[in-house]
Design a binder for this molecule. Structure first.
Ligand SMILES: *Cc1c(COP(=O)(O)O)cnc(C)c1O
Length: 226
């Protein structure tokens, strides 16, 4: 069942868009089922849960951390995480670099930009992120690879609003690529990922530049929060 749903989503995705199967709150057995059907990228948003699943499941899974990451927990996932989607401060980026050095690896990350109308403490505003990237502090962090942006649209039925928020993120992505990275003399090759689109809005996201969609409930059903 899980694999059929994954396959039908994948079939409808444009070329170049990858699916992150968001498995948070779902048991390892369901992930295993998706894995057996060929899915390799899974997204989790709680450190302890991710570590447990990492230990239990096949080692060729690409684990993406998609939620808010606390600085003091980076060390637990640093040895194996493939992509951290939601870097929302310099402080967090510095810690990811430090833990990556400790593990002797380079960790790929995305910067979280806040474009939705909902109040949240997390994510840079577009102006803040542009200024941060222009500032260049991130260039000191040799063991992180900044690959692009992540955002969430407002949770609404208004498709025009969702589209305009994704478009805003996409414009920022292009701005950083064309104006900031060439001047900072690096990072342009890695800068290629746009992580937006969830179960209810991914068809809109892929029309507005998404390269990674993060889909949970459409694949695994409703989450049971305990
Ligand atoms: C849970 C979650 C998703 C998946 O949400 P669905 O609506 O179940 O597809 C995507 N992105 C983030 C950051 C999440 O926390």
């Amino acid at each position: 069942m899980v694999s059929e749903r994954i396959n039908s989503i994948k079939k409808a995705l444009p070329k170049g868009v990858r699916l992150v199967a968001v498995s948070k709150y779902h048991p390892a057995s369901l992930i295993r089922e998706a894995y057996d059907g060929g899915q390799r990228i899974f997204g989790e948003s709680h450190v302890q849960e991710l570590v447990g699943k990492y230990e239990e499941l096949p080692k060729d899974i690409e684990w993406h951390f998609i939620g808010h990451l606390q600085t003091n927990k980076v060390k637990y996932i640093a040895p194996f995480v493939s992509l951290i989607h939601a870097v929302d401060s310099d402080h967090l980026l510095r810690e990811i670099d430090k833990q990556a050095v400790r593990c002797g690896r380079t960790i790929s990350v995305l910067m979280q930009v806040h474009v939705a109308q909902e109040e949240t403490k997390f994510g840079f505003t577009p102006d803040e992120l542009l200024a941060y990237m222009e500032g260049g502090t991130w260039q000191q962090y040799k063991n992180v690879n900044i690959c692009g942006l992540m955002c969430m649209a407002t949770n609404t039925d208004d498709e025009a609003q969702i589209a305009s928020e994704f478009e805003q993120a996409k414009r920022l992505f292009e701005q950083i690529k064309d104006r900031v990275l060439p001047q900072s003399g690096g990072g342009k090759e890695a800068w290629k990922e746009c992580s937006w689109g969830m179960s209810h809005d991914y068809p809109i996201a892929v029309q507005h530049g998404s390269t990674l969609v993060r889909i949970g409930s459409l694949i695994f059903g409703d989450r049971i929060y305990v």
